[in-house]
Design a protein around this ligand. Structure first.
Ligand SMILES: *[C@@H]1O[C@H](CO)[C@@H](O)[C@H](O)[C@H]1NC(C)=O
Ligand SMILES: *[C@@H]1O[C@H](CO)[C@@H](O)[C@H](O)[C@H]1NC(C)=O
Ligand SMILES: *[C@@H]1O[C@H](CO)[C@@H](O)[C@H](O)[C@H]1NC(C)=O
Ligand SMILES: *[C@@H]1O[C@H](CO)[C@@H](O)[C@H](O)[C@H]1NC(C)=O
Ligand SMILES: *[C@@H]1O[C@H](CO)[C@@H](O)[C@H](O)[C@H]1NC(C)=O
Ligand SMILES: *[C@@H]1O[C@H](CO)[C@@H](O)[C@H](O)[C@H]1NC(C)=O
Ligand SMILES: *[C@@H]1O[C@H](CO)[C@@H](O)[C@H](O)[C@H]1NC(C)=O
Length: 465
């Protein structure tokens, strides 16, 4: 037994060392086979992604990863997009089940298991996963609310939290007053809700969402979260209520730009080509190119998370951003056709780079991707986040090739919107009744145990006398 295992391990080692130098062999620009080489690259990246997904699930709860909740939502968003662009159905049933499972008891992605520590941005990402399902024509789950209805529930809960008490509006980062970050407004919560609103508007053709998209954009542009007054537009990561949203935490992150850019692209398309939205798209596209495609990498064609990638200090959230942005750039090219010529080379260059970077092997897995797409060989980072990000980069190219635009209700009438009652779901846990039902049950048991102990003690005393 032992011996065989050793031989097996040796064989594995040999196989791995052979594969260590092979890349994904993505052939960009070769008219004969790009979709095939991209599809097989996507499959090769998705395989270890799903291994990490299973390993990292908390106590086997579908769609709940240890120490994070929203990352699984953004992974389902990515896998749905990959399915639409490639036709690879391998993960559809798990995505369908686990995404619906995390919609929670009330179908609003606000399960009581997690709601006490969530930020607006966490819930928002699940809303994006749900609207992605509608736009992709992802199969609905029979007997459950439509994907659009789930996205709508997230939208409605979030706009109810629109905060006029400081800075004349805006979404706070965190939901509850006891959380650090409650007194802050940030780009991803606002840009994310803006994107969700714009996508709901285009999908449903319901103008309520378009009005909110306008409102969130307009408010953002009064703050450093969306500074349109400088020649290169700037998106700061956060601003504080205390300073009346005049100050800026100016870290530069790809996904903040991505949300405002793609939301503007959806609004441009939804309005049948408004000049105002076109101008916004073009300005944000320029900023995105300037900041996140350094000239040093393949002549400015490789997307880079410049704030953390060079020193390999990206946290698990930051490792994910580029994948979202690649897919949002592809949407922009599809929905605003005049931008396509500028976007295509950037996404192709990124895919060629990903092809080389995803050559890592470890723990019996191959095609592991690192974080520095521009580097010719694997940089050693490993896990669900980097794998998902690379899959987003490959998927973005498949989106361009398949030219499948996000659908609307006309093409996907099964995904019509319905009301989900969320009125009781939003109670501040710290402000609720002093004793919750659960605690009360606990208190009852404690009393019972104490009583039993006392009876026992009395009986013992009586006996020993
Ligand atoms: C997730 O999976 C990776 C790869 O197996 C492992 O290194 C990491 O410790 C896991 N993280 C958690 C939180 O379980
Ligand atoms: C909430 O937690 C319970 C207990 O761990 C678990 O059984 C249930 O599946 C969880 N629900 C969600 C939506 O994660
Ligand atoms: C449009 O969306 C809003 C917000 O979800 C909803 O209240 C309203 O009922 C919707 N209108 C229609 C016609 O579905
Ligand atoms: C940009 O100009 C607008 C309109 O004058 C103003 O409301 C906004 O505060 C300015 N933005 C910044 C970051 O200064
Ligand atoms: C866009 O064009 C369609 C079809 O001509 C029309 O039904 C729709 O009302 C237009 N939308 C806007 C916002 O102008
Ligand atoms: C909206 O998107 C569709 C699908 O990609 C595209 O054919 C159409 O030209 C776009 N509309 C405008 C006004 O550019
Ligand atoms: C590098 O990119 C610029 C545009 O950003 C382009 O004009 C130039 O031709 C490219 N150079 C090479 C060698 O591809």
């Amino acid at each position: 037994m032992r011996r065989l295992q050793h031989i097996g391990a040796l064989l594995l080692l040999l196989l791995h060392s052979q594969r260590a130098y092979s890349d994904l062999n993505v052939q960009i620009g070769d008219a004969a086979c790009p979709p095939d080489s991209l599809t097989s690259a996507g499959k090769a990246i998705a395989e270890p992604l799903m291994v990490f997904y299973k390993q990292n699930q908390t106590e086997g709860i579908p769609g709940k990863l240890t120490d994070t909740w929203y990352v699984a939502g953004s992974m389902f968003m990515t896998l749905i997009q990959f399915w639409q662009a490639s036709g690879v159905e391998d993960y559809n049933s798990v995505v369908q089940h686990d995404l619906m499972f995390q919609a929670g008891e009330n179908y609003d992605f606000f399960s009581a298991n997690y709601s006490q520590w969530l930020g607006n941005d966490d819930q928002m990402f699940w809303g994006l996963a749900a609207i992605t399902a509608s736009e992709a024509g992802f199969p609905e789950v029979s007997g459950k609310p439509s994907w659009t209805s789930l996205a709508r529930a997230v939208f409605n809960m979030q706009v109810n939290r629109w905060d006029e008490t400081a800075c004349n509006g805006g979404m706070r980062w965190q939901i509850w007053p006891y959380q650090a970050g409650y007194t802050m407004k940030n780009a991803i919560s606002n840009g994310g809700l803006f994107e969700l609103s714009a996508r709901l508007a285009r999908f449903t053709k319901n103008e309520t969402y378009a009005e909110w998209a306008e409102k969130i954009w307009d408010w953002s542009a009064t703050t450093p979260l969306l500074n349109t007054n400088t020649s290169t537009w700037n998106i700061a990561d956060s601003t504080s209520n205390e300073a009346n949203c005049k100050d800026a935490g100016n870290n530069q992150w790809t996904y903040n730009y991505g949300t405002y850019l793609v939301g503007a692209a959806f609004m441009y398309n939804h309005t049948n080509g408004s000049a105002i939205w076109l101008n916004r798209v073009n300005n944000l596209l320029d900023s995105t190119f300037t900041r996140f495609f350094p000239a040093a990498y393949l002549n400015g064609t490789v997307l880079s998370e410049v704030a953390c990638e060079p020193i390999l200090s990206c946290d698990r959230n930051q490792l994910c951003f580029k994948g979202y942005v690649a897919m949002w750039l592809a949407f922009t090219a599809l929905l605003v056709p005049s931008t396509s010529d500028r976007i295509v080379p950037k996404l192709q260059g990124s895919a060629s780079a990903i092809s080389k970077q995803c050559s890592g092997t470890a723990d019996g897995m191959s095609n592991l991707c690192g974080v520095r797409w521009y580097q010719d060989s694997w940089d050693g980072s490993l896990g669900l986040e980097v794998q998902m990000s690379a899959l987003g980069g490959i998927t973005s190219n498949l989106m361009l090739l398949s030219s499948q635009s996000p659908q609307t209700i006309s093409e996907n009438p099964d995904a019509s919107e319905h009301h989900i009652d969320t009125s009781d779901d939003e109670k501040d846990p710290s402000a609720s009744d002093p004793i919750e039902t659960g605690d009360r049950a606990g208190a009852w048991i404690l009393t019972a145990i104490l009583a039993a102990l006392m009876i026992g003690a009395v009986a013992w005393l009586l006996k020993t006398q």
